[in-house]
Design a binder for this molecule. Structure first.
Ligand code: GLN
Length: 489
């Protein structure tokens, strides 16, 4: 899609301003129902579009991202625009600077349409923990779009954006991509700068793209990736044009199927997955079974490491430094009154902290802060956090071992298709299991892409199923090319 729009812009069949307007028209028509966006940035979008149009009018060459409209997860800072991270605690927070990915997108001439809904602080798998609104899956509006980057996935699926950015700590790009039938890529840890991304769990978080096609995801990745002195974890890597690696040929590549991931697959997902494996074979890939034996501990390890990092990262939201403070929201007064406190305003600093966090954070965020504070506390640190770090090393080693034998690893993105609203909200553990195939990827730090491989027929609706290709560290081009080859054939 990006290339088509690019050609239209270059051939002056459409202006960037008209293209942005077209997308705002779709947003206006559809988003009351879908709820993908939290904030629309019309002024910013038209300023950027105008700049591109002037360049074209002067006869200057334009890059592939120039004038192409997209959406940004609300976890990522855009200067002068509200960034809530889906939380009430950042309700009034206006980002004072651009995240590195945003600076890069702006330099590449991309047009930003608005900020996308998400689970609160990226904690969730359905976007239902957003403090603001639900987002409906455009494929079937009785179902969730997945999460936590549900707004970003839905915006692309509903043609309310050409591309979008999400963040992925345990699957939050790949799982919603799978549920909404679009492409989602989690880059290698360190490939994309997180500077200006609101942190959830810093040793796991990565920013990455959503798009309708693998090529489009590659183009967006080219724009946002690269070393950044502002992010100490960003890797020394030369800038690449990932779209140039899409040869459409995977002959001779070896794809490993992790036996632990596929042995319990059931029903239509199993059939669709097996068919897709046959397709990879027909395209000339060799398929082998590999073992990732420590994956069985991935969920437990993730919920210790992630919650520990969450408890420390979210400590800064205290009513003093960022966002809301308990005593400046009339809503907070009501809440305190309804709690039958004698005084309606915090008396001192400690009460300000406590009241702000009590009112500002939702239940899922509080649950994780409590779990993480416990696992980091004296006496429990060795038993939980340290132990989890050791098992994490074993999970990473599983991947190292597997990649001695194979070039890529392939499994479904999720064990299920999009579920209905409310289906899992009562049982957090059920919700957590949605990420069973995506989490070990973040623990190991490898890149992975989710792309559509078929549809399950459920209640008369065709619900998308995603395949997940997992690459070696820094081999984004390998997974992109394999997914692209699958997609075009
Ligand atoms: N769904 C997972 C969780 O709730 C993953 C979140 C994410 O990747 N941001 O933690």
């Amino acid at each position: 899609m990006i290339r088509e729009f690019h050609n239209k812009l270059v051939n002056r069949e459409i202006t960037a301003t008209q293209l942005a307007q077209q997308y705002f028209d779709v947003i206006e028509k559809k988003d009351t129902e879908i709820g993908a966006y939290l904030t629309i940035t019309k002024q910013l979008a038209f300023e950027q579009a105008k700049f591109v149009d002037e360049k074209i009018a002067r006869g200057e060459e334009i890059g592939l991202m120039e004038g192409i409209p997209g959406a940004i997860k609300d976890m990522i800072c855009v200067e002068g625009v509200r960034a809530t991270a889906g939380s009430k605690i950042l309700d009034n927070y206006i980002a004072p600077f651009d995240a590195t990915v945003i600076r890069k997108l702006k330099e590449n001439g991309a047009v930003i349409l608005g900020k996308a809904n998400q689970d609160e602080f990226a904690m969730g798998s359905s976007t239902e923990t957003s403090a603001y609104q639900i987002t409906k899956n455009p494929v079937d509006t009785s179902r969730v779009p997945g999460g936590s980057s549900g707004g970003s996935a839905a915006a692309v699926a509903a043609d309310e954006a050409v591309w979008s950015l999400g963040t992925d700590t345990g699957g939050s790009i790949r799982q919603p991509a799978s549920f909404c039938g679009v492409v989602g890529l989690k880059p290698t840890y360190g490939r994309v700068s997180r500077y200006g991304g609101i942190a959830m769990a810093s040793s796991l978080d990565q920013i990455g793209p959503f798009a309708k096609t693998v090529e489009d995801a590659a183009i967006v990745l080219s724009a946002i990736s690269g070393e950044d002195p502002m992010d100490a974890t960003s890797a020394k890597s030369s800038d690449k044009k990932y779209e140039d690696f899409l040869t459409g040929d995977i002959k001779g590549k070896t794809i490993g199927i992790p036996k632990e991931y596929v042995e319990n697959l059931e029903g239509e997902i199993k059939e669709i997955f097996e068919k897709s494996v046959e397709k990879f074979k027909a395209l000339g890939a060799k398929v082998e079974t590999v073992s990732l034996p420590h994956s069985q501990y991935a969920l437990s390890v993730y919920y210790i490491i992630m919650t520990s990092e969450v408890s420390s990262n979210l400590a800064k939201f205290d009513g003093i430094k960022f966002g809301m403070r308990a005593d400046d929201l009339s809503e907070s007064k009501n809440e305190l009154e309804s709690n039958k406190k004698t005084n309606t305003l915090p008396k001192n600093l400690l009460e300000t902290y406590l009241d702000t966090r009590k009112i500002g954070f939702g239940d899922e965020v509080k649950r994780r802060i409590m779990l993480g504070t416990y696992t980091l506390s004296a006496g429990y640190y060795d038993a939980y956090y340290l132990k989890a770090q050791k098992v994490r090393a074993l999970i990473r080693r599983d991947f190292e071992q597997a990649y001695k034998k194979v070039d890529l690893i392939y499994c479904p993105t999720c064990p299920e298709v999009a579920f209905k609203f409310g289906e899992k909200t009562a049982d957090p553990l059920k919700m957590y299991l949605s990420d069973i195939f995506t989490i070990s990827v973040n623990l190991a730090g490898v890149p992975a892409i989710s792309f559509p491989i078929g549809f399950c027929e459920v209640e008369g609706k065709k619900l998308p199923v995603g395949g997940q290709l997992i690459g070696k560290w820094f081999d984004e081009e390998g997974i992109l090319n394999a997914a692209h080859t699958f997609e075009i054939n």
